[in-house]
Design a binder for this molecule. Sequence first.
Ligand SMILES: C[S@@+](CC[C@H](N)C(=O)[O-])C[C@H]1O[C@@H](n2cnc3c(N)ncnc32)[C@H](O)[C@@H]1O
Length: 272
Amino acid sequence: MQMPDGPPAEIDLTRPSAARVYDYFLGGAHNFEIDRQLAEQIASMTPNLAATMRSGRDFLRRAVRVLLDAGIDQFLDIGSGIPTVGNVHEVAQAANPKARIVYVDIDPVAVAHSRELLAGNDLTAVLHADLREPERILAEARESGLIDFDRPVGILLAGVVHFVPNADRPGDLLATLRAAAAPGSYLVVSHSTFEDQPQEMLDAQRLSARTDTEITLRSRAEISSFFGDWTILEPGVVHMPLWRPDSPSDVDEHPERFGAFGGVARHDQPAG
Ligand SMILES: C[S@@+](CC[C@H](N)C(=O)[O-])C[C@H]1O[C@@H](n2cnc3c(N)ncnc32)[C@H](O)[C@@H]1O
């Protein structure tokens, strides 16, 4: 892979990275041999995990369109990954050229490539930060001048909360993010699950232990709890292909084989 000025100094090339494995599965070029080896091992165990990643990107695109239709014009995308086709800013700015997006990722390669891709796009910023430090993310997003938390914002957590172990209290992290958002804001979450999954999928997910960001699979109930008291939009927290498909023919007979749930919730004003 080509980096603008060589790989960022802090990259550990002896371990695969979740962001780069994901990039490989999406057909991107921002990955190293160590990542491709893990991706190929995963692919040999089950075809479903690669399909899940593509399905996750499609879910995110559909969710962002729903938020745009609702008038959301500022997005905080945490765990945004390596830029590949169908990035949030592409979807958002195609619909609203004034849409503002702050990307956040823990992976230095994802951050370096995002900055390279977005150079010259003044309505976007890229933060190198950790979801486990939500106050810092909120402060830096504010400082970027792109996100006004007094107005409705779309907070996107697609395929990232499962990288936070229970010991790091993901429920509290999500509550901090929700508390910062004005009424009318939306929260988008997709998250890997053990529910309805065959053993080979669970075994493949377990390989994430080789990266710095091991996955914690969670139940639909646990994932739903991340929305707190916000109003979960129809059709609820569902297997990702079932969330407002562009066409019914996009959903095959086994939507559960994409081993993740997705949902979207809105911060409604309390009654009274
Ligand atoms: C599976 S990718 C999802 C990319 C994108 N959101 C999507 O849905 O297409 C997960 C991303 O989360 C990032 N990540 C993992 N743990 C994180 C953390 N604690 N804070 C921020 N980003 C994290 C990884 O580096 C990776 O880029």
